[in-house]
Ligand binder design. Structure first.
Ligand code: NAP
Length: 244
């Protein structure tokens, strides 16, 4: 690998939008680290893409484990010494659809925030030195339009009747984190953006999404590959700005 070759890491890339994001980044010529919490499944997924001739390697990363994060950082440091693109894609939705907002358990709230918010902060903090070692790194936080409070209070919005409070609040929080980190890094070449992938046909919604997985990966991939003229601290879907 030559020094100008870009290196990306996609969390939660064993299936769904993350797997497709890894594929599309590799198709764009980026050396892509497909990260998954299960070593065997991550390797199997990476090997499949590799067999198609794509530059994909696997990395073991459980985003909720500090030990696992430290090992992944050490692994990427020794193999590449930098990271050009970090896509914080891993996420869970564990709100009980049969319950009202006030009935969701604290356990569900905690589990959701552990994976969808605290893990994103911890993974990003841990990889920041490697991102700073790249010429102009990109951080993409996979949020959701369900994190948009503006849309949640609008009775005419498509999400008005979808109130999954732990998940929704975790994505609102990711948006806020995105803005804060973008502010911290505003005088550096690093760009930090949040995206909504669309309502995508994955396991998360039992395959009931409106768009296919290849389309669902486009917002992450587009933001991962933006040039110097691109935004930072934004929240978009397929390049279109979404309300906070
Ligand atoms: P998915 O098919 O359920 O895949 C979720 C991925 O996250 C899996 O690879 C899973 O790994 C991984 N993951 C979960 N917890 C993890 C952990 N602790 N460590 C490492 N990986 C972990 O979901 P998806 O639809 O592709 O969702 C991807 C992202 O898009 C999520 O952040 C989600 O909130 C967001 N999103 C999705 C939609 C949609 O319509 N699908 C809409 C808006 C936003 P395992 O295989 O090991 O379980």
């Amino acid at each position: 690998m030559n020094a100008t070759q870009k290196v990306a890491l996609v969390t939660g890339a064993t299936r769904g939008i993350g797997l497709e994001t890894a594929r599309q980044l590799a198709e764009a010529g980026v050396t892509t680290l497909l990260a998954g919490r299960d070593a065997g499944r991550a390797k199997a997924a990476a090997d499949k893409l590799k067999a198609e001739g794509l530059p994909v390697e696997s990395v073991v990363l459980d985003v909720t484990s500090g030990d696992s994060i430290a090992k992944a950082v050490a692994d990427v440091t020794s193999r590449f010494g930098k990271l050009d693109i970090l896509v914080n894609n891993a996420g869970i939705l564990v709100d009980d659809m049969g319950k009202t907002p006030s009935e969701q358990t604290l356990a569900a709230w905690r589990e959701t925030f552990d994976t969808n918010l605290f893990a994103v902060v911890e993974v990003t903090q841990a990889f920041l030195p490697l991102l700073k070692a790249a010429p102009a790194a990109r951080i993409v936080n996979v949020s959701s339009q369900l994190g948009s409070i503006t849309l949640h209070v609008d009775p005419n919005s498509p999400i008005y009747n979808f109130k999954l409070p732990a998940y929704d609040a975790s994505k609102s929080a990711i948006n806020s984190w995105t803005v804060h980190l973008a502010y911290e890094l505003r005088d550096t070449p690093i760009k930090v953006n949040a995206i909504h992938p669309g309502y995508v046909q994955t396991d998360m919604n039992g395959g009931h999404g409106e768009i296919d997985v290849p389309t669902g990966a486009k917002s992450s991939v587009g933001m991962a590959l933006i040039g110097a003229e691109g935004p930072t601290g934004s929240f978009t879907y397929l390049g279109k700005t979404l309300p906070w």
